[in-house]
Design a protein around this ligand. Structure first.
Ligand code: S3P
Length: 183
């Protein structure tokens, strides 16, 4: 699998660490890193929270998908999808050849804890009963996330642990580290 992989696509619920782990993987591999949410914000010139409140979720989803299609052309690349992008049925089957999708698993409880550390950044996790909302969303999305090629637990793990586990599972050798075996 490893030699044909030119793109790692990180998928998972809000707060699963896609951006942090993505940056770490990109550094290790010497590959560019692209984050769907950051690219949407750059293109729109406003934050995700503002896009949701000013233009609505449907508008955000349309921009997100357009950005995703463009970024999925890049190679080599490490990509971090927004938590909702891969939740659309069938979407993971549309990724181009050479893409390895990786599900970063996190519980609703931990996702909410992490979201609370960045207040206002996640419009879908706001208001009362945030934990209930997170549990419901995560339950709905889990079958879609589970279609990923590789699944990795993130809870209680450092960014370095998660990144190393992904590289091991995918069989990619970090740049300048020919001592690592592919599997
Ligand atoms: C969303 C996740 C967010 C962002 C938007 C919607 C979702 O990205 O795209 O707030 O529907 O799960 P992160 O998963 O990077 O937080």
């Amino acid at each position: 699998m490893a030699s044909s992989i030119r793109r790692l696509l990180l998928v998972g619920f809000m707060g699963s660490g896609k951006s942090t782990v993505g940056r770490s993987l990109a550094r290790t591999l010497g590959w560019p890193f692209h984050d769907f949410d950051d690219t949407v914000e750059e293109e729109e010139g406003r934050s995700i929270a503002r896009i949701f409140s000013e233009s609505g979720e449907a508008y955000f989803r349309a921009v997100e998908d357009r950005v995703a299609r463009r970024l999925l052309d890049a190679e080599p690349a490490v990509l971090a999808a927004g938590g909702g992008w891969a939740a659309v049925p069938g979407r993971l089957r549309t990724v181009p050849p050479g893409t390895c999708s990786v599900w970063l698993k996190v519980s609703a409880e931990e996702a909410v804890r992490r979201a609370e550390a960045q207040p206002g950044s996640r419009p879908l996790l706001q208001g009362t009963d945030v934990l209930e909302v997170a549990r419901t969303l995560l339950n709905e999305r889990t079958p879609r996330y589970a279609e990923c090629d590789v699944k990795v637990d993130t809870e209680g793990q450092t960014v370095e642990d998660v990144s190393a586990r992904i590289l091991e599972r995918v069989g990619l050798i970090p740049e300048n580290d020919s001592a690592l075996e592919t599997r």
